[in-house]
Ligand binder design. Structure first.
Ligand code: SF4
Length: 225
């Protein structure tokens, strides 16, 4: 353990090296978080089968500190989005993300979660979960193998190693606003884009009205003659 957190440049006597560590606050803080990442237990499609394999005995990601998959977002640190993100599902994903406490991380597992995958142009599919929640690590593949998921999770640990307690968002002065939950109607609507949608709809209606007046004018003139 001391090897993981020791800062270089200190001459610790060999007999004490397994008991004494000289380190920084950032290092020990990051080490604590990266060594106890608890993933949330949910899967969306075929990629989830590979995720289940990664948890099981052959690959066993508890070796990396991901000991328990939590069945509630309130006890989870990492959301593994494993599978196709449909428009029907994205409001639930955003709600679960909002319910996770900080610090929290998101892993997009596979082509579907990263960009829509083979269903990218589908009428019911969101082309990438990062359109709604911030993604920390993308794992390519359809589906990614358990080894690829492990590699993605190790990459996430490396990313955590570079964070500093001075700049992490959860200790910032500003409160962290939850992500507005998208609304599922005839299509999915992101509340953050309301102003843009309103402007587009108003312009479209004005265009249609102008076209209707243009079409109606010759008929009116004809009937007046
Ligand atoms: S990336 Fe491939 S394996 Fe994963 S959910 Fe999509 S279609 Fe299924």
């Amino acid at each position: 353990m001391t090897d993981d957190i020791n800062s270089t440049g200190y001459d610790i006597p060999p007999e004490l090296q397994s008991q004494v560590a000289i380190t920084t606050l950032d290092k020990i803080y990051n080490w604590g978080r990266r060594s106890s990442l608890w993933p949330m237990m949910f899967g969306l499609a075929c990629c989830a089968i590979e995720m289940i394999c990664t948890v099981a005995s052959r690959f066993d990601f508890s070796r990396f500190g991901m000991e328990i998959m939590r069945p509630t977002p309130r006890q989870s640190d990492v959301m593994i989005v494993s599978g196709t993100v449909t428009k029907k599902m994205i409001p639930q994903i955003v709600r679960l993300y909002n319910q996770m406490p900080e610090p929290k991380y998101v892993v997009a597992m596979g082509a579907c979660a990263s960009g829509g995958g083979p269903f990218k142009e589908g009428y019911n599919v969101v082309s990438g979960v990062d359109k709604f929640v911030p993604v920390d690590v993308y794992i390519p593949g359809c589906p990614p193998t358990p080894q690829a998921l492990l590699n993605g999770l190790i990459s996430l640990q490396k990313k955590i190693d570079t964070q500093s307690i001075k700049s992490v968002r959860w200790y910032g002065k500003e409160p962290i606003e939850p992500i507005p939950v998208p609304i599922l109607g005839p299509d999915i609507m992101d509340p953050r884009e309301y102003a843009e949608i309103k402007k587009y709809t108003q312009e479209k209606l004005a265009r249609q009205q102008a076209e209707r007046i243009e079409d109606a004018e010759p008929v009116e003139r004809k009937s007046a003659a």
